[in-house]
Design a protein around this ligand. Structure first.
Ligand SMILES: Cc1cc2nc3c(=O)[nH]c(=O)nc-3n(C[C@H](O)[C@H](O)[C@H](O)COP(=O)(O)OP(=O)(O)OC[C@H]3O[C@@H](n4cnc5c(N)ncnc54)[C@H](O)[C@@H]3O)c2cc1C
Length: 464
């Protein structure tokens, strides 16, 4: 196959790169190109100049060196769940062929390669009675999730995913493989934990695991007509909640599709969702508050093995055309709740599927020294995520307008952004709202030192 592409003013010789690496080098016209350029989020339609299906750190280092020689930008993706900038005209390093996970049960750590999804880490850790700090969907890439912070169902007890990273292995812009940890390249380590992947390509990370084998969790589903009372009760419920409980409220517009339970199908539902990671009987006792209050449409809170943590959110696994937005929320005042209910229930619904979730933050997230890494807004009490399905361009535009109006209405109560709950252009351009002014300046300084040519422009806009 002819692997030579001419993109003025450079000629990219894919065959030359192929001779240097073990993984496949895939150029436009290759039968594997469409499959390899596809992202999980179907709204991403990218045309990379070249795709490298990396098999290991040395492939990534060789690909980065090649990109320098050919003056190509470098993009990195594991799953395409959170593409910040489509890899158009870039060299796309796809890490899906690097899914290796090794658990050290005694040390309670795991080595997680760049392409591993959380599902693989969860499985390996659960087998020895341990749990990682994954998010709501085990289908998401562990490294991409962690670079943005990483808030999951253990967050109030054990913090963000970045707070449990011991070290990263990183390919720098000059193609060197280095360690970033408290002991080596500590400024890089500081910036990677919350600052995204724009400082280098992560080939793997060592994370800490926690002795959690089971949890008490699930959802309570109420008719949307009861939403005001449900959410006011929720405010009371979490006022003195132990850190073992990480919970959220959800407004979900269920499409009329057969795979949703009949009582939810085609309806707008107010949900209370959560996971308690302490003794099961204490979790069950916490639920008495709700069970004494009112019978929901469905109550599926139960004791479950931690390997079933995905059952709390039931996130979609199949690729989906979705749109993500959100921000840190200062309060759950009556006014905030009214706005959430009004816009979340989407009376003038621009899409068949819109989900609004407000997760309870605080706990261990807020106890971490704010200077220990770049992550901001640690003391914000709640974080908002808005997700919609955008099945065609018209729906995409209407959904964007709806989410913009929603955020505008909530503006007095919003504190800043959580980068993992943004995507695309919004993630790139609102990046400074994720950090304190001082932390953002330091991150820019680190960027100018580690990636002065902005080779890794696939991530947030950090270049000064
Ligand atoms: C269904 C769903 C559920 C989610 N739930 C949560 C949640 O509970 N909590 C939460 O915090 N977030 C959550 N997210 C957000 C998710 O963490 C981000 O979208 C994350 O970026 C996905 O990482 P990925 O590797 O799977 O995606 P990709 O699209 O492959 O990567 C995302 C970005 O990460 C960077 N990146 C990836 N790999 C590397 C690497 N090896 N080196 C350098 N940079 C890299 C790149 O900039 C890339 O553009 C969810 C997203 C979805 C779609």
């Amino acid at each position: 196959m002819n692997n030579i592409i001419t993109t003025s003013p450079f000629t990219i010789d894919g065959a030359q790169l192929q001779s240097r690496i073990q993984g496949a080098v895939i150029a436009p016209g290759d039968p594997r190109y469409d499959e390899r350029r596809a992202a999980w989020n179907l709204t991403v339609d990218q045309q990379p100049a070249l795709i490298v299906a990396a098999e290991g750190a040395h492939d990534i280092a060789a690909a980065v060196r090649f990109a320098r020689e050919a003056d190509l930008k470098v993009a990195v993706q594991a799953t395409g769940h959170g593409v910040i900038r489509p890899a158009n005209g870039s060299l796309l390093i796809n890490t899906a062929n690097m899914p290796q996970v090794t658990v050290n049960a005694e040390a309670r750590t795991a080595w997680v390669s760049a392409g591993a999804k959380w599902a693989k880490v969860l499985e390996a850790a659960h087998a020895v009675g341990l749990a990682p700090l994954l998010g709501s969907s085990p289908d998401v890439g562990a490294v991409g999730y962690t670079l943005g912070g990483g808030m999951g169902w253990l967050a109030r007890k054990h913090g963000l995913s970045i707070d449990s990273v011991n070290c990263f292995e990183v390919v720098t812009t000059d193609g060197q493989i280095v360690e970033a940890s408290d002991a080596q390249n500590s400024d890089l380590f500081w910036g990677l934990r919350g600052g995204g992947g724009g400082l280098g390509v992560i080939t793997g990370m060592e994370i800490r695991l926690y002795p959690i084998a089971e949890f008490y969790g699930g959802n309570l589903y109420y008719p949307i007509e009861h939403a005001h009372e449900v959410f006011a009760c929720y405010r009371e419920w979490i006022a003195n909640a132990p850190d073992e409980l990480t919970s959220s409220i959800v407004i979900m517009n269920y499409p009329p599709l057969p795979f949703f339970p009949e009582p939810l199908r085609g309806k707008t539902i107010a949900q209370v969702r959560g996971a308690y990671c302490g003794p099961i009987e204490q979790g069950e006792a916490l639920l008495k508050f709700w069970r004494d209050w009112r019978t929901p449409v469905i109550d599926d809170f139960a004791a479950r093995p931690f390997s079933d943590i995905a059952k709390v959110s039931n996130d979609p696994v199949d690729p989906m055309a979705d749109m993500f937005s959100g921000g840190w929320l200062a309060d759950l005042s009556d006014e905030t709740l009214a706005t959430l209910i009004e816009y979340g229930s989407a009376v003038r619904r621009p899409s068949p599927l819109i989900l609004t979730e407000v997760r309870h933050a605080g706990g261990a997230i807020a106890r971490v020294d704010p200077n220990s890494n770049v992550f901001g807004h640690r003391t914000a009490p709640h974080v908002l995520a808005m997700i919609g399905a955008a099945l065609n361009p018209e729906m995409h535009t209407a959904l964007r307008q709806h989410l913009d109006q929603f955020k505008q209405a909530l503006q007095p109560h919003l504190l800043g952004v959580y980068l993992n709950f943004l995507e695309g252009e919004e993630a790139r351009t609102r990046v400074r709202e994720a950090f304190s002014a001082g932390a953002y300046r330091r991150l820019q300084t680190i960027k100018s030192r580690y990636d002065p040519d902005n080779r890794f422009s696939h991530s947030y806009d950090l270049a000064a």
